[in-house]
Structures are given as structure tokens and as C-alpha cells.
Design a protein around this ligand. Structure first.
Ligand code: HMG
Length: 380
């Protein structure tokens, strides 16, 4: 981000301290939302020892769809070798799409429809704004794969104890065909904070009915378009509870800071952002907070939001070490500004490129998008 700031003639402090981002993931031509989702899922299957045959529901939450009709989950069905007796579909509501899929999976299990099987929920996105726009430093790319089972090893959700909020607003959207989003940036920040207050109040009522006080949440993860937004969000909640700004910021260090380490290295991954924050928290602190509740806030522009919570399972610390959640970030390489701008210049042509004509870097052993054959997207 320091390099990008220099190239844009902006003080690096604006990106690094002002927005709370130090690196930004860029997806190259081979890494579309399907490839990102497939590679995250394959990593999950390998590290957690999951058999594809155990999956009865596969939903991809995304706002970077590759087709108006065919869902990313249908591609995943083949690329991951999922069983024929499996429900597959895609969910969309800006950054809320992954949470919509996750909440559906929790209900699928609570209703007994799973019959012993697990759900694979994949949040996959590439965040693109126009070059040189205020949104540019808040881009990112990535996928988070979540395994939802009757016997969770990391976090146990409490079906029904959550708070929703929705309102029709034009804060951020992406009209059909352009790959970059349109955003009313400062308005979007206010919409996020309004949604947080509304969803949190609804959640507090549900928690009280369930017999606990929401103020006992040990940690809190927020949707992270950029790290500073999560800090503003936490301050907003705490000040509504009567804390001073200094007290709110002290509680941020304890309850939120560790969830922003991985997001500050990746940027906004839209649907996956909240779950990247959760991965960051668990990677840093799972062992220390076993048995405690973590609050989760999901926001999707447009808008829809949900506040809910999960309890960290006994043994989560050991399990997290096995999953090596931060490992993928160590496998990246650095692009120069010229390479990044060349990737962006080719964005619109990529979806029409004949098979094997794409420029890009496709590491061995990873699933890659390799072009289009007779209007069909091809993956190898
Ligand atoms: P901007 O207007 O260029 O930035 O864009 P700014 O002037 O507001 O400055 C940002 C911060 O940097 C400020 O701190 C400055 O003081 C500080 P704050 O007042 O906010 O605490 N600053 C500095 N700090 C240190 N050294 C310096 C310096 N200079 C300034 N030298 C904006 C900011 C967020 C509007 C822009 O990046 C943007 O439009 N981003 C995209 C929209 C977005 O991320 N919105 C977030 C809420 S909506 C959401 O989360 C949904 C979303 O994920 C989409 C979905 O749901 O699908 C986006």
C-alpha cells in the first residue's frame, strides 16, 4: 500500500494508518471467483481432513458472479468432486451474501435436513474500484471456505439468536457488466454504522430472551472493508453503551484488534471479510478464549446486516494450529504497480479470451481459469 500511495501521490499514512491497510491482494487473470473458491475449499478439505462425499449442501456467497444463471457452486461441484445428492446454489447480497449462505446452512442443520451431512459455504470475491479513485486502496481479493457441521470444532452457533436489519439504500452497487463498483463512500460508512446499531439492538433483545447479556461477548468481529471501519464500528457500539471514546478504544484493543491482522494484509474480500476477520482472531487467540462467545457483524451494502454470535469450542486452539489459517498469505508474490495496472487493464478482455491465451501466473497444483471455449468457462 506504501507503493500504491507513492504511485497515486498520496501520503502513505492515509492508507496505512488512515484506512488501516498495509497490503492488498490482487487476483490475476487465472484467479476468478470460481478458482479462488475452489482453491480455498481444496485447502479446507486437505487441512481439516474432509471427504467430499460428506457434503450435502454447497453454497457460494459472492458479488463477483461469473454468469447470470450458472452458479459458482455448480463449478465447485465438479472441481471438488461433490456427490450427486448435494444441493448447490449461489447467494447474492453484496458483502452479506456469504452470511446469508451460512445462516441458511445453520438452519438446514437445525431443521435436521442434513441427515448427518455437512455444508460447505464458500465466500469468494474480487473487490475492484476504478484506478485512482478513493475506493482503490480498499480493494482486495480472496475466498474463505467454511465447513458447517453438527459437531463444530471451532465455533458453535446458536440458531435463532441473531438480529437482522435491512433498508433500501444506494451506498454501493455494481450495475450489470462493469467490473468496478459504484460507491458513495462516505455515505456507505454512515449506512454501515446505522445498520450496525439496528442489527445489534435486535441481537441484544434476542440474547436477553435467551438468558444472557450481549455485553459479556469476549471478542467482536466486524465486516472489514478496511481495518479503520471496524475500529469506527466498535467505537460506535461502545459509545452507544455509554463508554467514552478513550474507553471504547481501550476495549477495541482487547476485543477487536487481533481480528484485523489478516484483513490488513489482504484488503476487502467482500463476502469473506467477516470470516477472514474471524480466522485472524482464532489464529491469534483461539486457545485463550475457548468457551467464550464472539460477536459477529455482517454488513452488505444496499443494505442488509446481521448481528449474531458463536461460542469458541474446547480444543479450538489445537485445531486452529492444524488448519494453518494464515499460511496462504505466505505463498503470495509481490506485484509491481505496472503489473497490477496491466492486470486491471485486461479485466474486461479476460472473460472473452480463448483457452490458454491468458497472461498470468498460475502456480502448480492450483485450480486455474484458463479461458473460454464456445462461451463455456474452462478450469484446469
Ligand atoms: P477518502 O475520502 O479518500 O478518505 O476515502 P478520507 O479523506 O475519509 O480519509 C480516510 C481516513 O484517513 C480518515 O480517517 C483521515 O483522517 C485519514 P477517519 O477520519 O475516517 O478516522 N487520513 C490520514 N491518516 C494518517 N495520515 C494521513 C492521512 N490522510 C487522511 N496523511 C473511503 C475513504 C472509505 C470513503 C473510500 O476509501 C471508499 O469509498 N471506499 C469504498 C467504500 C467502503 O469501503 N465503504 C465502507 C462501508 S460500506 C461496506 O463496508 C460495504 C462494502 O464492503 C461493499 C459490500 O457490501 O459489498 C464496501
Amino acid at each position: 500500500m506504501t507503493d500504491l500511495a507513492r504511485a497515486r501521490g498520496v501520503p502513505a499514512g492515509k492508507y496505512v494508518e488512515g484506512l488501516g491497510v498495509s497490503r492488498m491482494a490482487v487476483a490475476d487473470a487465472h484467479e476468478d471467483a470460481v478458482a479462488l473458491a475452489a482453491n480455498a475449499s481444496r485447502r479446507l478439505f486437505a487441512t481439516a481432513g474432509v471427504e467430499a462425499s460428506s457434503i450435502g449442501l454447497c453454497v457460494a456467497g459472492t458479488e463477483t458472479g461469473v454468469d447470470h444463471s450458472k452458479p459458482i457452486a455448480a463449478y465447485l461441484h465438479r472441481l471438488l468432486g461433490l456427490p450427486q445428492r448435494c444441493r448447490v446454489y449461489e447467494t447474492k447480497h453484496a458483502c452479506f451474501g456469504g452470511t446469508a449462505a451460512l445462516l441458511g446452512a445453520i438452519d438446514w442443520i437445525a431443521a435436521g435436513s442434513n441427515r448427518g451431512r455437512s455444508a460447505l459455504i464458500v465466500c469468494t470475491d474480487i473487490a475492484r474500484y476504478a484506478l485512482n479513485s478513493p475506493g482503490e486502496p480498499t480493494q482486495g481479493a480472496g475466498a474463505v471456505a467454511l465447513l458447517v457441521t453438527e459437531n463444530p470444532r471451532l465455533l458453535a452457533f446458536e440458531p435463532g439468536i441473531s438480529g437482522s436489519y435491512a433498508r433500501d439504500v444506494d451506498d454501493f452497487w455494481r450495475p450489470l457488466y462493469p467490473k468496478v463498483a459504484v460507491v458513495d463512500g462516505h455515505r456507505s460508512v454512515q449506512c454501515y454504522l446505522d445498520a450496525l446499531a439496528g442489527a445489534y439492538d435486535a441481537y441484544c433483545e434476542a440474547a436477553t430472551l435467551a438468558g444472557y447479556d450481549a455485553r459479556t461477548l469476549a471478542r467482536r468481529c466486524y465486516h472489514v472493508p478496511y481495518g479503520k471501519m471496524a475500529k469506527k464500528a466498535h467505537r460506535h457500539l461502545k459509545q452507544r453503551e455509554g463508554l467514552s471514546e478513550a474507553e471504547a478504544d481501550a476495549s477495541y484493543e482487547v476485543e477487536v484488534a487481533s481480528s484485523l491482522v489478516l484483513p490488513s494484509q489482504v484488503g476487502n474480500v467482500y463476502t469473506g471479510s467477516l470470516y477472514l476477520a474471524l480466522a485472524s482472531l482464532l489464529d491469534a487467540e483461539a486457545e485463550a478464549i475457548e468457551g467464550e462467545r464472539v460477536g459477529l457483524f455482517s454488513y452488505g451494502s444496499g443494505c442488509c446486516a446481521e448481528y449474531f454470535a458463536g461460542r469458541v469450542e474446547k480444543g479450538a486452539g489445537e485445531w486452529v494450529r492444524r488448519l494453518a489459517l494464515a499460511q496462504p498469505l505466505a505463498e503470495r508474490r509481490t506485484y509491481s504497480i505496472e503489473e497490477y495496472e496491466a492486470i486491471r487493464a485486461a479485466d474486461d478482455a479476460v472473460d472473452q479470451a480463448p483457452v490458454h491465451t491468458l497472461n498470468g501466473h498460475s502456480p502448480a497444483g492450483m485450480i486455474a481459469f484458463v479461458g473460454v471455449d464456445n462461451q463455456r468457462r474452462v478450469y484446469e
